[in-house]
Design a protein around this ligand. Structure first.
Ligand code: DGI
Ligand code: FE
Ligand code: FE
Length: 190
């Protein structure tokens, strides 16, 4: 594997807790497998997978401080639902702290939690890998979605959104407006 990716892996191991690091490796390899399947640049997919949760393990206070420092604008919803912040913040840290020059990688990181309408292949691969990586075991239809990921990424994304919205509807968590927008877009694609 590229020496650059090995170095980044060491950095992530220091920045993330054990569970998150194991999840991150799962996402990295799953994104790599999907990139091989669809003929997308392997290093791009591995890097995006490896860094997608790079901002996840900071305290809320630190996340707000870093958003301020790097000029990351948060919606009111994100300010109240801080679990969402790591996506946008992670995209900026990928560039500023981990020196990722490819804007497509940063973009895939920024939309990995809520998705967004009309995601490109790398966006979809990271979004899907986050959901299906081998450590994940709670979601319904996981086996079916894992198979679909290698056949039709648009369909896999729409299945994930359908199940995520169902899950959020049954929980006290409010649905992010972007998650809803992404859901509406992909349901109309069917
Ligand atoms: O970072 P991961 O745990 O790997 O996965 P993720 O980036 O999908 O983040 C999951 C977190 O984001 C989880 O705490 C639920 C939250 N989340 C995702 N979509 C929404 C949401 N929270 C709210 N309130 N509304 C959403 O639409
Ligand atoms: Fe995440
Ligand atoms: Fe993740």
């Amino acid at each position: 594997m590229d020496a650059y990716i090995i170095k980044l892996q060491e950095k992530m191991q220091k920045k993330l807790d054990h569970y998150r690091y194991e999840h991150t490796l799962g996402v990295m390899y799953t994104a790599g497998a999907l990139a091989m399947n669809y003929g997308l640049d392997l290093n791009m997919a591995l890097t995006a997978g490896l860094l997608h949760d790079c901002a996840k393990c900071y305290s809320d206070e630190k996340k707000f401080e870093l958003c301020e420092k790097y000029g990351v604008e948060l919606t009111d919803f994100e300010k109240k639902n801080t679990a969402l912040i790591h996506a946008k913040l992670g995209a900026v840290l990928a560039k500023e702290k981990y020196h990722v020059e490819n804007p497509e990688i940063c973009h895939a990181i920024s939309c990995h939690t809520t998705g967004e309408p009309a995601m490109n292949l790398l966006d979809r691969i990271v979004f899907i890998s986050d959901y299906i990586e081998p450590h994940r075991d709670k979601a319904r239809r996981l086996g079916e979605i894992r198979q679909m990921a290698f056949q039709d990424t648009e369909k896999a994304v729409s299945m994930i959104l359908e199940d995520t919205l169902n899950y959020l509807n049954g929980s006290p968590k409010a649905i992010d407006p972007m998650t809803k927008k992404t859901y509406d877009y992909y349901m109309n694609q069917k």
